[in-house]
Design a protein around this ligand. Structure first.
Ligand code: 3UK
Length: 548
């Protein structure tokens, strides 16, 4: 271990025991980082040294900053953190704001000063904030003043949160006022170790308490130098846009780390639902878009109203990208959506394909720098063509903050993501389902997402979720919750048409025996379908029917 710069050793003290770490591999020359490394020096300050300080860096509806302007904001916030708040290296700092230039600067400032960012989704409530504050022993928070309510409630409930600094309210003791102090324009980066923790990302916690995943300075660069460099292959003139909150590592990587690593520009939108993302792509001339499959689907119907001719690459992650969505987007825009599976534990995408190698319907191949395989329940590697559990390792990996679930995600040195995959002979990985989304009906194993993909090829279907519903006769049956496109009747005839459609698309025994029409589907703040919620509703329904 390299000597840490952390004075507050909490993160290091709460790393999982060495025996439970995944194996890390650094098999690309780019991944051999120096022992002393502050990733913000590499992402931001290095560009000023190379005379590129005047290049556009952060673009937003309200203001645009060059690299030099962002660097100065970062220095000013870092000085406030250290001199006014008394932050020391290793302290955790909670960040609460919609995506915005200041949010980007705040994240980088904490890391530059040797702190650890804990970014939180704007929609989180006091209860969830309190959990993060307690779990990560957070002392300081930087918060957009518009989100003060829940922040103050959390402060009242949580112990240990010493100080919240707000911005955006013109307060005399607010962040901006402190930033203006003379002498704050310069700040030399804390001399952190490459393996000092700089980010704790909480998982969205679909079941159980959220887990805090810990990432080092070198991990931040490693995701840029593996996925960013070899799969995304963006250039310095690219303008990145996207909808994921920076608190979701998909968004932090996609719209902050990847552009900064190559000297490109990032467009920060506070809110980017599909009907705002399209005009923003047109307005700001975005060239690379990061968003979820549902957003691509929703944008499909509105493409004609916007000129998005600047767009050249589209990345999809968070959920499987159905082939129907890939095909329709390609037909409408000429762009092949780059599917990629990533996770909070792995920091970013570890399976995906560069443009030239994309295969419609497959997630892709192991990202250079990563190794992936499919294993059986005993951990044995499965040959091509047999579905099993996905296992990966590479330069990033799972290290939970004080959590016994570490040994669930990491088994024999491999990160086991909880997804069922099949690898083909050419080493492309084909998504089947989350391992717990497999439906067992009359002894058959049916992957809910496979039925969803089949349903989505029917013109009446806008969105759908397929889960197991309890059934006396068969144990469980396949049940589809369907949101219809406008102009289709939510009646028995449509339900039958959808059932017939599935029977023709995939093995007939997989068809949904029950179809229920709904107006929307439950989703997490990261855009994922909450199948467990649908399962709960389906179970409740079944119980009610039985009782009546
Ligand atoms: C699922 C996918 C099929 C899969 C994430 C890119 O989603 C991210 O992180 P989370 O921790 O969830 C991880 C889980 O989500 N998943 C993600 N992408 C795909 N399933 N195809 C995909 N393309 O179950 C995985 O285990 O919220 C994604 C980058 C950073 C991220 N944090």
């Amino acid at each position: 271990m390299i000597e840490s710069a952390h004075i507050d050793t909490f993160a290091r003290d709460n790393l999982p025991p060495a025996a439970q770490w995944p194996e890390f591999i650094y098999n690309l020359p780019e991944l051999k980082y120096p022992d002393r490394l502050n990733c913000v020096s590499a992402l931001l300050d290095s560009w000023l040294g190379k005379g590129r300080g005047e290049r556009p860096c952060v673009i937003s509806p309200a203001e645009n900053w060059t690299y030099a302007q962002l660097a100065e904001r970062v220095n000013r916030i870092a000085n406030v953190l250290v001199r006014d708040l008394g932050m020391v290296p290793g302290n955790r700092v909670l960040l609460r704001a919609p995506n915005s230039p200041v949010m980007v600067a705040a994240c980088l400032a904490v890391i530059k000063a040797g702190g650890i960012i804990v970014a939180t989704m704007p929609l989180l409530r006091a209860k969830e904030l309190t959990y993060a504050i307690g779990k990560a022993k957070i002392k300081f928070a930087l918060c957009d003043a518009r989100l003060a309510d829940e922040m103050e409630k959390a402060k009242a409930q949580a112990s240990g949160l010493a100080r919240i600094l707000y911005w955006g309210n013109d307060a005399a003791d607010g962040l901006e006022a402190l930033m203006r102090k003379p002498g704050y324009e310069k700040f030399s980066a804390c001399d952190t170790a490459a393996d000092d923790v700089c980010l704790i990302g909480f998982t969205s916690g679909t079941t159980g308490e959220p887990k805090g995943t810990m990432h080092f300075h070198r991990d931040i660069l490693a995701t840029c130098d593996s996925y960013g460099r070899y799969v995304l292959q963006a250039g310095e003139n690219d303008r990145f846009i996207g909808s994921a909150p920076l608190a979701f590592t998909f968004g932090f990587g996609g719209h902050v780390l990847f552009p900064l690593r190559i000297g490109a520009a990032t467009i920060q939108l506070e809110k980017a639902p599909p009907d705002e993302l399209l005009p923003a792509i047109a307005k700001f001339g975005a060239t690379i878009c990061f968003t979820a499959p549902t957003a691509y689907r929703a944008m499909l119907g509105k493409l004609l109203d916007h000129n998005i001719s600047t767009l050249r690459k589209c990345v999809s992650a968070g959920e499987a990208l159905p082939k129907a969505t890939f095909d329709a987007w390609l037909a409408a825009t000429g762009i092949k959506i780059m599917d990629g599976i990533g996770s909070t534990e792995m920091l970013h995408i570890f399976i995906g394909s560069p443009d030239q190698k994309i295969r419609a319907g497959a997630t892709g191949m192991a990202v250079p720098g990563y190794e992936a395989m499919v294993i059986d329940d005993e951990g044995r590697e499965m040959p091509a063509g047999i579905p099993g559990r996905l296992a990966v390792r590479g330069p990033t990996g799972c290290r939970y903050l004080a959590d016994t679930r570490q040994s669930v995600y990491v088994q024999s040195g491999w990160n086991v993501t909880g997804d069922t995959y099949m690898m083909d002979k050419e080493r492309y990985f084909w998504y089947q389902a989350r391992s717990d989304d497999m439906i067992i009906s009359s002894g058959y194993n049916i992957a809910g997402p496979e039925v969803e993909i089949a349903l989505l090829t029917h013109p009446a279907v806008a969105e759908c979720g397929v889960v197991a519903a309890p059934d006396e006769e068969r144990g469980h049956i396949v049940k589809a919750y369907v949101v219809l496109r406008p102009g289709h009747a939510d009646d028995a005839a449509t339900a039958r048409a959808l059932q017939e459609h599935v029977k023709e698309a995939i093995a007939p025994y997989k068809y949904p025996r029950a179809v229920e029409f709904v107006t929307s589907l439950p989703r997490t703040q990261t855009g994922k379908l909450q199948r467990f919620e649908l399962r709960r509703i389906a179970a409740e329904n079944a119980a009610r029917k039985k009782a009546s």
